[in-house]
Ligand binder design. Structure first.
Ligand SMILES: Nc1ncnc2c1ncn2[C@@H]1O[C@H](COP(=O)(O)OP(=O)(O)OP(=O)(O)O)[C@@H](O)[C@H]1O
Ligand SMILES: [Mg+2]
Length: 242
């Protein structure tokens, strides 16, 4: 008898307090393997806090977060999970290629992996430039390359396409789709709905609560709205009047 693969991420009753405020209110959700999940919601709703809880860098008040079968933040997950933070994090005083090579070494990847990560983000031409000589969009892309090169099983990305041009965004979403097809689980946050259609599943958040977990088409169906931005707003109104 075959059992369905357990989800890549299982979050159960997650409550997180930051400062004096409870910013996640008992979230329960799961993220299937080999898919793209989009975490969407307005600024300040708790997206980054949830992602930090999943990668294990957030102090959790209560609840459990299980990632690839282990508690979030376990040492064994270090090479299996990649995290692209919201603010680009690359070393300023070494080149782009050296930045990527550093992560390649951590994850046991080779030179070909470095070159394909640089190509994936369109930075091959800039590979010898120092981190602090990049434009902000290039820094974002360099950060992404550092995560891609590790080929982690779970790739968590916090607003990875903010500030990138439409052509590059399309290219990146293609890459994300290829990664998912090859079995990688991707969790991508965004505060703009126009990227939601690239996702298999949406996690819709508002004010530290999860409004819904559903596919873009299910969201359209549930709200009777074709435009996903409008559909999300309609869902909020529906929840409020319920
Ligand atoms: N270091 C911190 N100390 C105290 N409160 C914080 C801290 N970081 C975030 N918060 C609060 O936690 C809540 C959730 O923040 P979070 O960064 O998770 O939101 P977000 O959905 O990622 O927003 P954005 O789209 O702007 O990135 C906000 O109300 C924020 O003010
Ligand atoms: Mg954020």
């Amino acid at each position: 008898m075959s059992h369905p693969a357990p989800p890549a991420v299982q979050v159960d009753g997650l409550t997180v307090t930051r400062g004096k405020r409870t910013v996640l209110h008992g979230l329960t959700l799961d993220i299937p393997r080999g898919s793209i999940s989009g975490l969407l919601g307005p600024s300040g709703c708790g997206k980054t806090t949830l992602l930090r809880s999943i990668v294990g860098t957030q102090i959790v008040e209560s609840g459990t977060v299980t990632v690839l079968g282990e508690p979030a933040g376990s040492a064994g997950l270090r090479r299996r999970v990649g995290y692209v933070t919201q603010a680009p994090s690359i070393y300023a005083d070494i080149s782009v290629r050296e930045n990527v090579a550093y992560y390649a070494a951590l994850y046991g990847r080779d030179r070909d992996d470095i070159e394909s990560a640089l190509t994936a983000v369109g930075l091959r031409e800039y590979a010898d430039q120092l981190g602090n000589q990049l434009s902000s969009g290039q820094q974002t892309r360099a950060s992404l390359a550092c995560a891609l090169v590790g080929k982690p099983e779970l790739l968590v990305m916090d607003e990875p396409t903010v500030g990138l041009d439409p052509v590059l965004r399309v290219e990146l979403w293609k890459q994300f789709r290829d990664l998912a097809a090859a079995g990688t689980t991707l969790l991508v946050s965004s505060h703009v709905m126009d990227e939601a259609d690239h996702c298999d599943r949406l996690l819709l958040m508002r004010e530290g609560n999860l409004l819904a977990q559903l596919s873009p088409d299910e969201l359209r169906e549930r709200t009777d709205e074709q435009n996903l931005e409008t559909a999300f707003l309609t869902l909020i109104t529906m929840e409020e009047s319920a």
